[in-house]
Design a protein. Structure first.
Length: 404
């Protein structure tokens, strides 16, 4: 194979994701594309399902209309059609003939690695992009293909640490941040507010802990805090949506006014930014995190209250650049823990805002500025391109981040 190398040929990279949805992981893919991560590759991006929202249009605009495609026209992955999706993805492997396959999110990772175990695809370099803690049921299924991974990428050091048990200690692992933040925005105007507006958004999935967040706000209201919570979100599971909406109605009826306001599901990032600008504090309660929103709130100068999980463990400092929601002895996020963290932040507003803004801005400069992020990207790019089966490769190996 080495005899056929063309030094001007770019390695062919196939990126596979679940769907093109308006969520943090998919928006992170747009950040990678917009920031130039894929410029050194002949890249194609395939979704198992089309999804919804602006992500697919954004990616087509950046990498090219013909380089972004999907296997199913649905907004969600049809779990009853995984066999058909596997066949369609295997056909993409054949037609695009990639040197490298990068797999992101649960179904895409499982199907992609299962296909790559076939003898005819043994030449492929397989990259698994981990975005957070695996649930036990997903770990059981993914474990059968974990050995078909040549490189592990993670969105933060904590993600790599949590995933180390699934891979060989010799497997190279590198941090690839999927968010770039502007380090030098002017500070917002902090002023005392008798009525404090909170904001949160995401899917109404069980692990997002919206019921616990609503119970926490209810506790604070009963304790005399003058607060209001705007929620933007939704759920593909009607029972979870109904539970959240029922709880919102119960709280508003009890206080005889709209203390919790559901804003619907907002898909455009600019609209989410406008909602945050009209609020005082961003609160996140998810067990698995909504880190792109947490860090975006940081960049906007908002005080952030979020659980001590994932990247927050790495980059958050409780009482310095944010307020952390600490997990209980069972590793759960409870209404009482959320209320405790929110109460401290509300009671010290706006003084805490100035300190958090100053310290968060320092963290952004050192970790999430364009220069800092692209330096980490280049380490990963060099590792992806290294290997004798690729069209060209750096002669010196990079030193991967160890699985801590």
């Amino acid at each position: 194979m080495n005899a056929a190398r063309n030094p001007r040929q770019k390695p062919r990279l196939l990126v596979v994701i679940n769907r093109f949805g308006p969520y943090g992981t998919e928006r992170g893919l747009v950040t990678l594309a917009k920031g130039g991560f894929f410029e050194q590759f002949d890249v194609h991006i395939v979704g198992l399902a089309r999804g919804y929202g602006p992500v697919i249009a954004d990616l087509k605009k950046i990498v090219g209309e013909e380089r972004v495609s999907y296997l199913d026209d649905g907004t969600n992955i049809n779990s009853e059609n995984l066999g058909g999706l596997r066949n369609g993805l295997a056909a993409k492997f054949d037609s695009l003939n990639p040197h490298i396959v990068m797999l992101s999110l649960y179904e895409a990772t499982h199907l992609g690695r299962d296909i790559a175990k076939e003898e005819r695809f043994s030449h492929l370099k397989v990259v698994t992009f981990e975005h957070g803690t695996r649930t036990p049921e997903r770990s059981d299924l993914l474990r059968s293909t974990d050995d078909r991974t040549d490189i592990v990428l993670g969105n933060c050091p904590q993600t790599l640490a949590e995933c180390k048990q699934f891979y060989s200690p010799e497997t190279p692992s590198l941090v690839v941040p999927t968010i770039i933040l502007p380090p030098d925005q002017p500070p917002p105007h902090f002023e005392r507010a008798a009525h404090v507006k909170l904001v949160s958004f995401g899917r109404f999935a069980e692990q997002k802990n919206y019921l616990q967040l609503l119970e926490a706000v209810e506790l604070l209201l009963k304790d005399g805090r003058d607060i209001e919570l705007d929620i933007a979100g939704g759920s593909s599971r009607s029972e979870q949506f109904s539970e959240v909406m029922h709880k919102i109605d119960d709280i508003n009826n009890f206080f005889d006014c709209d203390r919790i306001i559901w804003k619907g599901f907002i898909r455009e990032q600019n609209d989410l930014d406008d909602l945050m600008k009209r609020s005082h504090i961003y609160v996140e309660a998810s067990q698995r995190g909504n880190f792109s929103s947490v860090f975006r709130a940081w960049a906007m100068g908002m005080p952030v209250v979020a659980p001590n999980v994932g990247p927050v463990i790495d980059y958050g400092r409780d009482g310095e650049n944010m307020t952390k929601i600490m997990l209980d002895a069972d590793g759960q996020i409870t209404a009482e823990r959320i209320a405790e963290a929110l109460g401290k932040t509300i009671d010290n507003y706006p003084h805490v805002s100035r300190r958090y803004f100053r310290e968060a801005r320092s963290t952004i400069r050192h970790t999430f500025s364009e220069r800092a992020v692209k330096a980490q990207w280049q380490l990963a790019i060099d590792e992806l391109k290294r290997g004798p089966w690729l069209p060209f490769a750096p002669t010196a190996a990079v030193r991967p981040v160890p699985l801590i």
